[in-house]
Design a protein around this ligand. Structure first.
Ligand SMILES: [Zn+2]
Length: 92
């Protein structure tokens, strides 16, 4: 997977965070990252909390990318508090 760019955008339609599967409404600020993977360009959206968790990981753990929801499925209790602190672990 080749990393192309990353930026922060105000979304113009609802998007799910790739790391935690939560859906964010229009106007939310999400990080995007665009990758080229086997000839396909794909853009994924990430919330603040997932972005923080990824930034704490070793590069080695991040270079293969993540499957949908992989972050929230694999975090430890300490990191789960980050979602709770932001009051974001509520189901819609
Ligand atoms: Zn997230």
């Amino acid at each position: 997977m080749e990393f192309i760019r990353s930026s922060e955008v105000k979304i113009r339609k609802p998007h799910k965070c790739w790391g935690c599967r939560r859906e964010f409404p229009i106007g939310s600020l999400l990080k995007t990252s665009t990758c080229a993977d086997m000839g396909k360009i794909s853009t994924t959206y990430w919330c603040d909390v997932c972005d923080t968790i990824i930034s704490k990981m070793d590069y080695y753990d991040t270079q293969d990318g993540f499957s949908f929801g992989e972050i929230i499925d694999n975090i430890n209790d300490e990191d789960k508090k980050l979602y709770e602190n932001k009051n974001l672990l509520t189901t819609p």
